[in-house]
Design a protein around this ligand. Structure first.
Ligand SMILES: *[C@@H]1O[C@H](CO)[C@@H](O)[C@H](O)[C@H]1NC(C)=O
Ligand SMILES: *[C@@H]1O[C@H](CO)[C@@H](O)[C@H](O)[C@H]1NC(C)=O
Ligand SMILES: *[C@@H]1O[C@H](CO)[C@@H](O)[C@H](O)[C@H]1NC(C)=O
Ligand SMILES: *[C@@H]1O[C@H](CO)[C@@H](O)[C@H](O)[C@H]1NC(C)=O
Ligand SMILES: *[C@@H]1O[C@H](CO)[C@@H](O)[C@H](O)[C@H]1NC(C)=O
Ligand SMILES: *[C@@H]1O[C@H](CO)[C@@H](O)[C@H](O)[C@H]1NC(C)=O
Ligand SMILES: *[C@@H]1O[C@H](CO)[C@@H](O)[C@H](O)[C@H]1NC(C)=O
Ligand SMILES: *[C@@H]1O[C@H](CO)[C@@H](O)[C@H](O)[C@H]1NC(C)=O
Ligand SMILES: *[C@@H]1O[C@H](CO)[C@@H](O)[C@H](O)[C@H]1NC(C)=O
Length: 573
């Protein structure tokens, strides 16, 4: 969030004139003008094209075979015996080597329908996997034994070599495999490269990796050195373990503060705040080495809105690389604020991507600085936003689109809800209904974590978020939300009705959000993608949904309402 850092940055600048000189030059055009997301925001300057837009790569009419692979999980521990690789062999208009549906050895010619491949360590002839994958198949998983590898703290470079059956077309791809010595005293977090969520282990999980949907605030603790006070803070924040399950610990106090021990004891997962340190690798190293053994540490947070601040591109990746070296057991998250400003380099320094779209109560067209806001000018508190609930899903759609255009493996996405107002950008808090709807819309786009700005918030929003957290961070809802990318459901006739579903085993969860500010006063009927026998529960929202003729039906839908409905599927299908 900008103003907070503005103050920090200002204080830092006062205390060390050097800190800023070190950051030069900023990115984009006119670096000497006051800019946010590359656009000038104070009056008296001309508007200009800020640059850094992410666009579809050029095509030339050819089809390419884009082979990509990754380990299923971002890390494995020495206590594990099996791992797997996930392989994509997608046809693409942009990436990979040219593809034609034909393979020949001179004597015979066949359609090119399968890629024969092997995956192994770079420089080692013994393959870990040898198999085949259908052309245009994605997400195929291939298991292998970890026994032949030595656990170590640096990743193994791995390579996939694939070819058509007759060997006249070759394709290669590289990746990294992290197989670490177990750390029984500490914690570890895996990213699931298929489903986009996290798994977490420590002594409290019995050293087993369990799915974690972190939900909390960027939280300010008062810094008291007293253990009773920090215990009390954690109890209040988590509603004694029944509400929020995670925090980004905005550090205004020593890294040795007992609050981190209180979090360990009460199982409050924390993301460690390095946003004031990540540009200084010496400081980053000291702080990571102080904190890395905590059992409730689940991730690090480095750059806060580096795109908004036009921070030099190399800062975030440098911090990420150092943190990985010092502590390979935990991922690094970053927060991006801009809608379309150099996504490619700015997203490069994170293992987890958070977006902080704060769209409620803004004037999206004219700013407090006295300028218009549009794609080439101004800062209205939410970059290129319309000023409403839909800005959240639309941003997540944008980020996914950029990753596809860049040919990147999608990162886990966390949503940062607006839990504040003020600064002449945001004229009111979101309502509880808006807070729930925006989070649900983020889940409908595959978000796997929630961190609101900031604790403490109004009591009403704290209740709203704690209530939602209690539902989405535990089974059964958690397992759906972390169960893989949601599929959208089209509900004809309602532009602002957004529905998605997840299937886990013999159950399906449907999330329905009426993002409109008017009640829908007639019956709404949603065609389901699978045959259900009955509604098991309405897990969130408390509305009276029914299953009628294979459809999910309700008499009407209140304005800005959110429902999670769990159904039992027909086993015979
Ligand atoms: C498209 O570009 C690739 C090289 O990037 C080239 O091999 C191919 O022939 C081009 N296709 C057409 C239709 O020009
Ligand atoms: C390649 O040709 C075969 C045989 O005609 C066909 O079954 C297959 O769908 C084609 N694959 C692609 C990706 O075009
Ligand atoms: C390849 O898969 C994509 C995504 O599923 C699909 O849209 C496309 O039609 C497929 N292409 C061919 C040639 O089968
Ligand atoms: C593909 O790789 C195989 C094995 O390394 C090699 O024998 C063959 O010549 C390569 N084919 C092409 C077209 O590069
Ligand atoms: C911090 O908050 C706790 C209770 O939450 C209180 O007991 C303590 O006095 C406060 N300490 C400071 C330094 O403000
Ligand atoms: C907490 O204790 C540490 C170490 O004793 C000290 O450096 C720090 O100033 C104390 N902070 C507060 C808020 O009392
Ligand atoms: C970086 O951090 C170290 C350790 O805290 C400090 O000594 C040094 O002055 C910092 N460098 C800059 C340029 O701020
Ligand atoms: C935004 O601010 C401008 C200038 O004060 C005003 O004319 C306009 O009506 C405002 N728009 C909204 C939606 O409040
Ligand atoms: C943004 O607003 C400025 C000032 O009204 C105008 O000059 C500029 O053309 C606008 N840019 C776009 C993309 O509409």
């Amino acid at each position: 969030m900008r103003s907070f850092i503005l103050i920090r940055g200002f204080l830092a600048a006062l205390s060390t004139g050097l800190a800023f000189a070190q950051d030069e030059p900023d990115t984009g055009e006119h670096p000497d003008w006051p800019r946010w997301c590359g656009k000038v925001y104070q009056s008296g300057y001309p508007s200009f094209e800020p640059g850094g837009r992410t666009v579809a790569p050029p095509t030339n009419g050819s089809t390419f075979l884009h082979v990509q692979f990754k380990p299923r999980y971002s890390l494995y521990l020495s206590t594990e015996t099996k791992a797997s690789f996930v392989v994509n062999a997608a046809l693409s208009p942009w990436f990979g080597e040219e593809y034609a549906n034909s393979t020949s050895d001179g004597a015979s010619t066949d359609p090119f329908t399968e890629l024969v491949f092997s995956i192994g360590l770079v420089g080692d002839d013994a393959p870990l996997v040898e198999d085949r994958i259908g052309i245009n198949a994605t997400g195929a998983e291939f298991e292998f034994e970890l026994a032949s590898l030595e656990p170590r703290i640096t990743p193994y470079e791995v390579v996939l070599i694939g070819s058509s059956v007759h060997g006249d077309h070759n394709y290669t791809a590289t990746s990294e495999l992290l197989y670490l010595p177990d750390n029984p005293e500490g914690s570890a977090t895996k990213i699931d490269h298929v489903r986009g969520g996290l798994l977490f282990k420590n002594a409290q999980t019995g050293h087993e990796f369990v799915p974690l949907l972190p939900y909390g605030y960027y939280g300010l603790y008062n810094g008291s050195n007293d253990t009773a006070a920090s215990d009390e803070f954690v109890r209040d924040y988590t509603s004694s373990g029944k509400g929020l399950n995670a925090i980004i610990s905005l550090a205004g106090f020593a890294d040795t503060n007992p609050v981190y021990d209180s979090m360990d004891e009460q199982g409050l997962h924390f993301m460690f705040d390095l946003r004031g340190s990540y540009k200084n690798l010496t400081e980053t190293e000291q702080r990571v080495n102080t904190i890395k053994y905590h059992t409730s540490l689940f991730a690090y947070w480095t750059a806060d809105e580096p795109d908004g601040w036009q921070v030099p591109f190399d800062k975030t990746p440098a911090a990420q690389a150092l943190i990985h070296k010092l502590d390979p057991y935990h991922p690094v998250a970053i927060t991006l604020n801009c809608q379309d400003y150099y996504f490619e380099p700015y997203a490069a320094g994170g293992d987890i991507l958070m977006e902080d779209v704060y769209p409620i109560g803004i004037n999206s067209t004219f700013s407090k600085w006295g300028t218009a806001c549009n794609a080439t000018l101004g800062d209205c508190g939410c970059d290129n936003c319309k000023g409403g609930i839909q800005d959240v899903p639309s941003r997540l759609d944008d980020l996914a689109q950029y990753e596809a255009w860049l040919g990147r493996w999608p990162l886990p996405k966390f949503h940062n809800p607006q839990v504040f107002h003020g600064e002449d950008y945001w004229f009111r808090d979101p309502t509880a209904a808006e807070a729930h709807a925006m989070n649900a819309l983020a889940f409908n786009r595959g978000a796997t974590g929630i961190f609101g700005w900031t604790w403490p918030s109004s009591a009403a929003l704290f209740d709203a978020h704690s209530q939602m957290a209690s539902v989405v961070t535990s089974a059964p809802v958690k397992n759906f939300l972390l169960g893989g990318n949601p599929e959208r459901l089209v509900v004809e006739g309602y532009e602002l009705l957004d529905a998605a579903y997840w299937i886990e085993g013999d159950k399906m969860m449907v999330s329905v959000v009426n993002g409109g500010y008017e009640d829908i006063q007639k019956s709404v009927s949603i065609v389901l993608p699978a045959s259900a026998t009955d509604i098991e529960s309405v897990a969130f929202g408390g509305l009276l949904w029914q299953l009628l003729g294979g459809r999910l039906v309700i008499d009407g839908l209140p304005a800005v309402s959110t429902s999670f409905i769990i159904l039992n599927l027909d086993a015979l299908e």
